[in-house]
Structure formats: C-alpha cells, structure tokens
Design a protein around this ligand. Structure first.
Ligand code: IMP
Length: 427
C-alpha cells in the first residue's frame, strides 16, 4: 500500500492543508515530519474552518492516526491550545501520537528568535518568531530538549539546568534581556509533559507496523522547497527540510519506502518574509491577487508577496524532490485576469538562464523572462470535470505540466473540499 509524501513546491502556503485534508479521507496514518508551529494550514471541512499549526490535518479523519514525527519541533503550549480548540469544536483528538524524539521549542528559543531578528536590522529574515530557527539550531548543537526528556523529571531538570545557564548568559550579556527562571520553565514544561505523556511514543515503530499492515500513509509537508536550508533561497530559508528527503528523516522512514511524491504548486507564486522572489508583482495585479485570494499568512497575518508562476523554480523543485505528480491549487484566483504570465527563464547579466541559482544576490539580479497566455475570464469554482474547464485554463495547465515536467493529478478551484478536479487519483 502506498506511502505518499505531500510536499510544498514553492515558498510554502501552496494550499497543502486542503489537499492533505482531502487525501486524509483515505489515509490510515497522517504524519507531519518537519517545521513547527511556524506552519499554518488552513482547512475548511464539515467541522468548520481551522488554521492548524502543529496538529496534522489527518486529525479530522474518522479513522486516521495523526502523528507528529521526530523532525518537528514542538511548542507544547501551542500544541495543547490547538488540541483544546479542536476538541471544543467536536474533533476527536485521541488518535494523536507524538514522537519521543521530537525536540521542544523552549521559551528561550522564542525570545532569541525575536532578538536575533531585531539584531539583523534591514537584513532580517522575516521569521515567524516562533522560535523555530533557535530550536533547530539547538538540535544540531546537541543542546535540544526532547519530548522523551519530559517523561523523566530528573533527566529533564538536569538537561534544562545545563542548557538554561548558557541561554540566560546570552539573553543577559549579549541582548541585555531578562533571564528566565529555571524553576518556572521546569514547572511549566513538567505540566505539559504530564498532559502529553499518553501520546508520546516511538512513532517510527508505529509507521513501520502500519506499512507492514498495508496501511495508507501520508507524510504531510510543511513550508515549501524554496525555504529548504539546502535548496531554498538561503539564508532566507527556514531551519528544517520541507522536502521529500526531509520526509524520510523527519518521519523515520527509509527512502525506498516512499512510493509517491506529490508536489503542491499554487497556480501563481507567493512568499512571506524576506528574500528574493523573481516574479514578484509590486503592482495592481499583485495587489488584486492578494485581495482575491486573501493572501495573508495563517500564522502571522502578514500580507504575502504575490507574483506570476515561476517555472524555473518549479522545475528545480520537481527535480530536487523527485515529484511523481503535481497538484495545482487556487487556479480560480486567476479567473478574472485577461492575460497570464509564466516565467520560463531568467535574464542574468544580459544572458538567458534556465536554472535556479544558489546565490541570493544572483537570484536578486535575475529578471524573469515571461511567456504570455490568454486568461479564461470566467468563474471555474463549480467545475468538477477537467474537460469542462475553459480551453484557456486547460492550455495554462498543460503549459505548466510541460514546464514542470511532471503530470498534474489534481486541480483545486476553491477552498472547500469539493471544489476539486481530480484528473487522476493519487492513492
Ligand atoms: P521561520 O521558519 O519562522 O524561521 O522563518 C523563516 C522563513 O520561512 C521566513 O521567511 C518565514 O516567513 C518563512 N516561513 C516559515 N514558515 C512558513 C510557512 O508555513 N509558510 C510560508 N512561509 C513560512
């Protein structure tokens, strides 16, 4: 039975929440594998509208087990609030498992994320200030505190004591900020540990068993490939890998176990935070896309930068992830536009290039080379059959397919679950 990975192919916010929610209907296990509560997935279903940050979208399914994998950094306060809200609105949260190897976002991570951003001044990354970068930095620096540590008070106290001394030194001496009280942090996190303990387990074992039992498994990506610390627009990137490869590590799964890799692309591009975005539209077309599509961050409420579809970045993303299928979301947002543009190459120092450069300053110099296609200028939200789409919409999709070099399986034409055109089932 298939293991599929659902991966953000651009700068995040591609509409993965809706797609994962849709596919979760058939899934037995839905697992988040990277990021933290910097992610924001909007899901609209029979329970209402939700902005999920940590809980996998599979939580709404009547049968799926939702799993937060080892590759996620967890702010327990945010997780518990989210679970509470879900429960109050009638969602059963009992089938949530949390990896015992997942790292925790601690109060000093959140403080440091803000202070580091302030210190960057005009070169700020525009992080979500949720402490994600500092938490992943501590993981690699071997200073992290994990969920399994919460299960033993003595070990947790020892770990916290060792780490907090150093953090308080940085807070007070580098940033002139107030230190944190070890006792307060200890008590607060012990409380979280007690509540979360029944959910904490070895989730890679759970996954192994599910695979052996022939279950349907979905790895739910967060953020997008162009924010990957290796392949994204570094340093304007996030701190864990949102890519298919990151799925293996963050779920505890060998690469040979993933059967399908679905790349989720918005029909245009958006980005939040700093960093290069070659097709950004700083004009009334960009503004109208933002307003029509309500392109404001689910996590921070920041306006998203909007632009034309960047096929150079898309092809790059398909290559480094090994997408087997593409899914195009929010096609309806383009309904009113008379002409659509697709970036098919960049002009760099007078030469046309068709690759995605590594250097941020190089990418900033790249001018998009556009191809123009006619718009369809009619509403498509109620269309469910690919053949019923206006000819211009099919032409646009077929050109995207050609440029991404990956067949398109699903097209999303609205927020609601049923506003979806399935060209080819993905399970
Ligand atoms: P961080 O992940 O909070 O450290 O932020 C690093 C960069 O990733 C910033 O540009 C954020 O705006 C961006 N980012 C983080 N999470 C998301 C997301 O879920 N969607 C879109 N951008 C994100």
């Amino acid at each position: 039975m298939p293991v599929i990975a659902v991966i953000g192919a651009q700068w995040g916010d591609e509409g993965k929440g809706k797609i994962v929610d849709l596919l979760a209907e058939q899934a037995d296990v839905v697992m988040r594998f990277s990021g933290g509560d910097n992610a924001g997935h909007t899901v609209v279903n029979q329970f209402g509208e939700f902005g999920l940050h940590l809980v996998p979208s599979g939580i709404f399914s009547a049968k799926a087990t939702s799993v937060i994998g080892n590759g996620v950094v967890i702010n327990p306060r945010v997780l518990l609030n989210e679970l509470d809200t879900l429960r109050k609105r009638g969602v059963d949260t009992s089938r949530l498992s949390i990896s015992d190897r997942a790292h925790l976002v601690m109060p000093y991570h959140i403080l440091l994320d803000g202070l580091e951003e302030e210190a960057r001044g005009g070169k700020a990354i525009g992080t979500t200030r949720k402490g994600i970068g500092p938490a992943f930095a501590d993981k690699i620096a071997r200073l992290g505190i994990r969920t399994c540590d919460l299960l033993d008070r003595d070990i947790f106290r020892e770990r916290l004591h060792a780490v907090l001394n150093g953090k308080n030194a940085i807070l007070t001496r580098v940033y002139d900020a107030d230190p944190l009280s070890e006792d307060e942090v200890f008590q607060e996190y012990c409380r979280y540990g007690e509540i979360l303990a029944p959910h904490i387990c070895d989730t890679s074992l759970l996954l192994e068993k599910a695979i052996n039992d022939g279950k349907y498994i979905m790895l739910e990506g967060a953020q997008g490939t162009l924010l990957d610390p290796d392949f994204g627009t570094y340093p304007y990137a996030t701190s864990s890998s949102p890519m298919a490869g990151g799925g293996c590590l963050g779920a505890g799964l060998g690469p040979t176990r993933i059967d399908r890799v679905l790349g989720i692309f918005k029909a245009y591009c958006t980005r939040v935070g700093g960093g290069p975005m070659p097709t950004e539209l700083k004009d009334e077309i960009g503004d109208s896309i933002r307003e029509v599509a309500h392109e404001y961050g689910t996590t921070t409420g920041r306006p998203r930068r909007c632009g034309w579809f960047d096929a150079v970045a898309a092809r790059f993303s398909a290559r480094v992830n090994g997408f087997t299928r593409a899914i195009i979301t929010r096609l309806d947002v383009l309904d009113a536009l008379p002409t659509l543009k697709i970036c098919t190459g960049y002009e760099l120092d007078g030469e046309k290039i068709d690759y995605f450069p590594a250097g941020t300053s190089t990418l900033e110099k790249c001018q998009p080379v556009y191809e123009e296609l006619p718009g369809w200028q009619s509403p498509i939200r109620e269309i469910r059959d690919f053949e019923q789409l206006p000819a211009q919409a099919r032409q646009y999709l077929s050109r995207l397919e050609e440029l991404i070099a990956c067949p398109i399986s699903i097209i999303s034409v609205g927020m609601r679950r049923e506003q979806t055109i399935v060209k080819q089932p993905v399970w």
